[in-house]
Design a protein around this ligand. Sequence first.
Ligand code: F6R
Length: 244
Amino acid sequence: MKITVFDDHQALSFQVAQMMVAQIKNKPDSVICLASGETPFLAYHLLPTLLLDEGVDHQQFTLIGLDEWVNIPSQNTGSCSYFLHTTLIGPLKLSLSQFKLFDGMAPDLQTECDSMDEFISKRGGIDLMVVGIGMNGHIGFNEPGVSTELYAHVIDLDDTTQTVGQKYFADKTTLGQGITLGLKHLQEANAAILMASGDRKAHIMKATLEGPIDPLIPSTIIRNHPNGLVMLDQKAASLLTPNE
Ligand code: F6R
């Protein structure tokens, strides 16, 4: 695992967007799994222009949505699906066969998980994952204490996630469960970028990078990833012990 600290959120976002461009350029049929949320928003916003500027064909890659709130329809502006449609799927004009997102309203969520696992394995696995980090160290909706051996699954959301998650919704919303790719997907991905930005992520980043590798802080698993990149802005890195 490698750690890189950028001056600010903008520099961090630009670098992540460039790495996504490089991934698609080097392997046009890449399978790329993406988180939603505030952290990657700017990187995704920059991506269409960078792809165009570099003349990179993006009609062959596959986008996988990392997670979704259970019982929230995709038309809800707080859903992960809505976020990925408005930031990437729409602007990049991805075809229906080019993306797969969880449906949090699916009548049978286990079938939804199985279908996602099968979709990924049929495409030979994930080339690149871009994930954020929750205030409790979750990755996707892999909440504290989750098994590191799981693929896609449904999970009860931690209190922190239920509370912090309100920021995405126009009105107070009941957030009981999430459907998410598992930490096994992260471990098996060819490369994984964990992004963190802002002061509010400083404590969890210190625990992630300097505490013990602990299932109670799922993000610590990134440290075992041979191709794991932790990309932070200075604010999120502000509590890290400086290198000697
Ligand atoms: C969302 C997701 C979550 C977020 C995390 C950080 O798809 O997977 O794990 O990455 O909660 O969210 P932000 O970026 O809004 O701080």
